[in-house]
Design a protein around this ligand. Structure first.
Ligand SMILES: Nc1ncnc2c1ncn2[C@@H]1O[C@H](COP(=O)(O)OP(=O)(O)O)[C@@H](O)[C@H]1O
Ligand SMILES: O=C(O)C1=C[C@@H](OP(=O)(O)O)[C@@H](O)[C@H](O)C1
Ligand SMILES: [Mg+2]
Length: 193
């Protein structure tokens, strides 16, 4: 008989994150949900540019769009992303339009690593269709709007440093494991200790 109760968890992997991981991709790709799960698993801070903009403005994203317009939101987004990339390496989820800005892409590639959650249009539509939190989809035909954004944006998301497929049926926790596996291949970003 062992003196101590056995531990069932086994040795815990610990990680050293060297660069901020910036989640990019379409609305509904899971940047916020998967980013948060990745941060938990790596035991680092989780930041979301939309949440930071909302906190600073004390308004929701739809309120900012309707009161101040999209260009104002984009200016704030760039300021917030630049500021958050100065912090200790963490997981930073961006809004779907952030990576479209050339200046944002430059700052992200200088100071962090971009990870594109690549989901197909059906998956995205199923995740966003019942929500009214995305002002760009408040149109007469939100499915067609999403499709047009998808077509315009995917070539830009392809410029991300790392791509992780987000297939139908892969849960948030499993997606977080996929992201961790993908960034472990980059020793300048993440190491197991
Ligand atoms: N892999 C997944 N499987 C199932 N649901 C998901 C997955 N990823 C995200 N979701 C859900 O889809 C919705 C959109 O995810 P969210 O993280 O807000 O996306 P984004 O920040 O990229 O717009 C949320 O309700 C979230 O819980
Ligand atoms: O795709 C976009 O341009 C936007 C995506 C949203 O974030 P999520 O991608 O997290 O939904 C939010 O930043 C805003 O509604 C604009
Ligand atoms: Mg989000």
């Amino acid at each position: 008989m062992a003196d101590k109760a056995p531990t069932h968890t086994g040795p815990q992997a610990t990680f050293r994150l060297k660069k901020t991981v910036v989640m990019v991709g379409m609305m509904g790709a899971g940047k916020t949900a998967v980013g948060r799960a990745v941060a938990q698993k790596l035991d680092v801070a989780f930041l979301d540019s939309d949440a930071e903009i909302e906190a600073a403005a004390n308004m929701t994203v739809p309120e900012i769009f309707s009161r101040d317009g999209e260009p104002f939101f984009r200016t704030k987004e760039t300021q917030v992303i630049t500021r958050l990339l100065d912090a200790t390496p963490c997981i930073l989820s961006t809004g779907g339009g952030a990576f479209l800005g050339a200046q944002n892409r430059e700052t992200i590639s200088e100071r962090g690593v971009s990870v594109w959650l690549n989901a197909d249009l059906d998956v995205l539509w199923n995740r966003v269709r019942h929500k009214d939190t995305r002002p760009l989809l408040q149109t007469d035909d939100p499915k067609a709007t999403l499709a047009a954004l998808f077509q315009a944006r995917v070539p830009v998301y392809r410029m991300a440093d790392v791509m992780v497929p987000s297939d139908h049926g892969v849960a948030i926790d499993a997606m977080a494991d996929r992201v961790i596996e993908a960034i472990l291949a980059r020793s300048d970003v993440l190491e197991k200790t």
